[in-house]
Design a protein around this ligand. Structure first.
Ligand SMILES: [Mn+2]
Length: 289
């Protein structure tokens, strides 16, 4: 007899049993080796899965149920601990495989550097790709203490690869003076605010393919203290949900997404992973067509 696995936390709630039939694939990237402050996001994916058992299947925002969707939770990638470069190769190769199989990738971080190989793979598949980046931090350094593979560099790398005008940043409230200058000169750069500038930027993007990367620390630490580099002055979880719904209801063609930097150890209340699990449900229902 098969026991109820609802509380085992091994998979995101209502994951289907079959990869083949799934439209979307949830996968974890448990890497936190290059963080500049507090590590711990390697445990994010597992705790988000655990928190997902507290969710309703139905989204009243989107009037849709995850019971009507087919998605497969593949678990976490096996990464070589401490070797960022090889870990990024593993992540990139995995996502290329997902795209080859026609799957919609939904990544769980891990530190934000994990998004870099994913964006590279998405850009190979979609030369017209745009990136929507929602984060407290600009992530526009070209190196950190001499190290180009850092969780503070992924969006700079993406800008150099794809052209900064194909990148849209929202909610940024922390970074060096150089990063803010670089952002203002090269990127569609929207510091401090998220929903308001999204409303004006989304129509300009038309129906182009878009990758959405969300760092949980865009939220105010009062909404999400469980993150490595918490930053005061953030948005509420209500506004971040609104942002996901604005993107979902716009004409852009979302082709993949991730949610990164959940570090559960800093949040004994577990509210960070509870927020994250709900965001994943809404991204799944809103973005996967
Ligand atoms: Mn951040």
């Amino acid at each position: 007899m098969k026991l109820d696995q609802a509380y085992s936390g091994n998979v995101f709630i209502c994951s289907s049993e079959s990869y083949e039939d799934a439209k979307a694939v949830i996968y974890g990237m448990p890497m936190d080796y290059t963080v500049s402050y507090r590590p711990g996001s390697r445990f994010g994916p597992a705790r988000i899965r655990q928190a997902s058992v507290g969710l309703e299947e139905y989204s009243p925002y989107l009037d849709k149920s995850i019971l009507d969707e087919t998605y497969f939770d593949a678990g976490d990638l096996l990464l070589p601990f401490g070797n960022a470069a090889r870990s990024l190769d593993v992540i990139g190769d995995y996502v290329r495989g997902l795209l080859k199989d026609g799957k919609f990738p939904i990544g769980l971080g891990g530190e934000h550097l994990v998004s870099w190989p994913v964006i590279q793979a998405m850009y190979e598949q979609y030369p017209d790709l745009a990136v929507i980046h929602i984060d407290a931090h600009a992530d526009l350094r070209d190196q950190y203490e001499g190290e180009p593979l850092s969780h503070s560099t992924p969006i700079r790398k993406a800008a150099e690869l794809m052209g900064g005008k194909n990148i849209y940043q929202f909610g940024i409230r922390s970074g060096s003076k150089e990063e803010f200058l670089y952002g203002r000169q090269n990127i569609n750069f929207h510091p401090f605010e998220v929903a308001v500038p999204l409303k004006t930027e989304l129509p300009k993007m038309g129906s182009r393919p878009v990758y959405v990367t969300i760092d949980i620390d865009v939220l105010d630490p009062s909404c999400a203290p469980g993150t490595g580099t918490a930053e005061a002055g953030g948005i509420t979880s209500k506004e971040l949900l609104q942002a996901v719904h604005l993107i979902a209801r716009s004409d852009v063609n979302v082709v993949g997404c991730d949610l990164v930097e959940v570090a559960p150890i800093y949040d004994p209340t577990e509210q960070t992973q509870i927020v994250a699990a709900k965001l994943i449900r809404e991204m799944l229902l809103g973005f996967v067509k």
